[in-house]
Design a protein around this ligand. Sequence first.
Ligand SMILES: Nc1ncnc2c1ncn2[C@@H]1O[C@H](COP(=O)(O)OP(=O)(O)OP(=O)(O)O)[C@@H](O)[C@H]1O
Ligand SMILES: [Mg+2]
Length: 226
Amino acid sequence: MTPPRIACQGLTFRYSDDPGLPPVLDAIDLGIDAGQFVILTGPSGSGKSTLMTLIGGLRRVQAGTLSVLGDALAGAPERALEALRRRIGFIFQDHNLFDALTPQETLQLAMDLHAERYRPQDYRQRPQAWLHRMGLEQRRDALPRQLSTGQRQRVAVARAMINEPDLILADEPTASLDPHSAELVLQALQEAVRERGATLLMISHDPRQFALADRVITLVDGRLVS
Ligand SMILES: Nc1ncnc2c1ncn2[C@@H]1O[C@H](COP(=O)(O)OP(=O)(O)OP(=O)(O)O)[C@@H](O)[C@H]1O
Ligand SMILES: [Mg+2]
């Protein structure tokens, strides 16, 4: 049996050090395997994004255990978290594209994180293939400000996927998208799971998407309820 891609026990997190306030995440136990598509849902403020940033090594574990892609994160040095982040495909609602980079350049820069894997010609072919797949081949030399919200989000998805990460963390990736863009994004994410056994953890409020997932887990007030 391969170890789970994400495993945590008693994971507890607070933004405030006021012990009178309830924690934002309260003793979360969770295991997610390779090849699973899991949707994380629950009311606004229940701690979904906080949990996702902990799993992504973007925040430090305060209490409990958390292992991601085989690495234990509690007390891990910053450079270990950095190395982990490079192995994860992140998609956030506010896509965080660099203002000065075109889609093509954005994807090439992402590939540089794993330059050892690629041949020179890959830097042309892979971005081209991903831009095509995301319906952006006509926009590959545009700047982010010249792109629509949906187009920007599709660039962000291609950037997250281009290195074929084993783990994809997507925080409401389709929330602000038109139906066509949302469909392209969901298809690319699901194919990564089906075709190469990636693990996908996706935050979603959209009940229509729940049927696509292998599992739906719900956070309420920082606790898992299902
Ligand atoms: N950087 C921060 N500093 C202090 N408190 C924060 C911070 N980020 C989030 N919180 C608080 O932590 C709680 C959980 O926030 P979080 O963003 O994880 O919720 P969420 O489930 O993702 O909500 P939404 O569905 O609205 O995105 C909320 O009460 C929020 O106000
Ligand atoms: Mg959130």
